[in-house]
Design a protein around this ligand. Structure first.
Ligand code: SF4
Ligand code: FES
Length: 265
């Protein structure tokens, strides 16, 4: 072992597939550089497992730059691990000490079923996005962005909401497995901009309906989602979505009264 390297013990959730029972298996991760990312450390452990003919630990990842949202996992009981505003792929082993024991689990939420080991299905997020996470656009050349004036405050809030990478840490951290932070980020991101106005009411109604239908729990203001979010999405977005939802519901009700449609709203 070089002077700087570390010996770590991992306790990893192993589960063959969604139908099999899972269990923790312990592995020695020896001679690990503190400069390695957490996923590089898992790569090293997997290379050693593969060399011994054992099944490597399945984990999801893509960009390894904190932008795709694929790498979510519970590290010592905390979504994405101990560093604030940091995805698992951007976490480095220098955040741990030589001799540490690290427990690694998949997201725990019935709406995110385990596919294998640390990999869960986040298809439920896709159903929410496809319910309203889009704007209607005219085809043709792109309009000049600066031709549409947007209040600086709105642009900043929309940009902050757009930082959501859909990782699911908010759901995993919430005692109710609520997806309110994720859904509200998507509602705010488009609803605050002029381009998002045509579908504004329909968007919030449909995305909230899709969220409920997928089986996510309700928000009871624990705030664990904001604390766990690697992109520091604010719970202010949840308050905004609740206001948007009420406004859209009332507007649909008024339209129903005008048109005599008793099924609307
Ligand atoms: S709100 Fe934050 S924690 Fe939730 S999916 Fe988006 S980036 Fe991940
Ligand atoms: S692998 Fe893309 S955010 Fe971690």
């Amino acid at each position: 072992m070089s002077a700087k390297s570390m010996n770590i013990t991992l306790h990893v959730w192993r589960q063959k597939d969604g139908k099999s029972e899972g269990r923790f298996v312990s592995y020695d991760a020896k001679d690990i550089s503190p400069e390695m990312s957490f996923l590089e450390m898992l790569d090293v452990v997997n290379e050693r497992l593969t060399a011994k003919g054992e099944d490597p630990i399945a984990f999801d990842h893509d960009c390894r730059e904190g932008i795709c949202g694929m790498c979510g996992m519970m590290i010592n009981g905390v979504p994405h691990g101990p560093r604030k505003a940091t995805t698992a792929c951007q976490l480095h082993m220098r955040s741990f000490k030589d001799g540490d024991q690290i427990t690694i689990e998949p997201w725990r939420a019935s709406t995110f079923p385990v596919l294998k080991d640390l990999i869960v299905s986040r298809d439920a997020f896709d159903t929410i996005i496809s319910a309203g996470g889009f704007i209607s656009v005219s085809t043709g050349s792109a309009p000049d962005g600066n031709a549409i004036p947007i209040r600086k405050e709105d642009a900043d809030m929309a940009m902050d909401a757009a930082a959501c990478i859909g990782c699911g840490a908010c759901v995993a951290a919430c005692p109710n497995a609520s997806a309110m932070l994720f859904t509200s980020a998507k509602v705010s991101h488009l609803g605050l901009l002029p381009q998002g106005q045509p579908e504004r009411d329909e968007r919030v109604l449909k995305m909230v309906a899709a969220m409920d239908e997928a089986g996510f729990g309700s928000c009871t203001n624990h705030g664990e989602c904001e604390a766990a979010c690697p992109k520091e999405i604010s719970v202010d977005n949840i308050a905004r979505m609740n206001r948007e939802y009420l406004r859209a519901t009332l507007a649909a009700g008024r339209r129903a009264v005008r048109t005599g449609d008793s099924s609307a709203g």
